[in-house]
Ligand binder design. Sequence first.
Ligand SMILES: Nc1ncnc2c1ncn2[C@@H]1O[C@H](COP(=O)(O)OP(=O)(O)OP(=O)(O)O)[C@@H](O)[C@H]1O
Length: 262
Amino acid sequence: MSRTGMNTLEVSDLSYRYGEKQALKDVSFRLHEGHFTALLGPNGAGKSTLFALLTRLFVSDQGRINIAGHDLARSPRAALSKIGVVFQQPTLDLDMSVMMNMRYFAALHGIKGRDAARRIDQALERLDMRERAGERVRSLNGGHRRRMEIARALLHEPAVLMLDEATVGLDFKSRRAIVDHVHDLADAGLTVFWATHLVDEIRTEDADSDDVIVLHQGRVLAHEPAADLRGTQSLADRFMEMTDTESPADAETIESSAEALT
Ligand SMILES: Nc1ncnc2c1ncn2[C@@H]1O[C@H](COP(=O)(O)OP(=O)(O)OP(=O)(O)O)[C@@H](O)[C@H]1O
């Protein structure tokens, strides 16, 4: 049962270190329920570390994570049952059919029999993958494999769907199809959290804008609708400007070496 206003993810003052390396620092945000939020950050920003913490692969003693009203540290099972996750690395059994993969995953969640059949059918339908149910995963192209993983992540009817760079390695057409499918899920009311470093996966038009969280060097630099964030610029230019790490000291060095060359 989900209560109104609870189908979301809230992170407060979350920090994480790998030894000396501070990967996340005081990260706080609350996703807008039923919207598509992009977690936008360049390589090394901390996106995968954040996903590892959200899915409890890693644990931090600094900060809190609340998923659909459940505190992840205090009620991990309840909290984790409310998220659907698609990791950067595919996690499919290539020698099983699409249907067998789906049934296996449903069973892991205690979903069986007719209920499982109904949910699998619905989830495959939502990703336009129904006619491929009998195919072996090995015979699917990369885009269809990813769509299957997304369908699988929906089986237990999560409150929040999280995807970590879900389009890595796909060609443009497959990437576009997945981006569109996941936007459709958000348009139907699902809270979506989409990690990427590709600005073209984000909708920036005023009338139909995604939310964006800009993560850079482990810190949240912005959290607002993409249309507001870009202003009169393109989102690509705005993002480059925000994450340009060249320090004033570096700029001086570059200028003086340029002078030395003339
Ligand atoms: N096991 C580790 N040990 C030490 N440092 C690490 C480790 N894993 C990640 N880091 C560092 O932590 C920072 C955040 O890494 P993370 O992988 O979370 O970034 P990311 O935004 O997911 O990047 P990418 O887009 O390249 O996957 C980086 O500086 C990275 O080098």
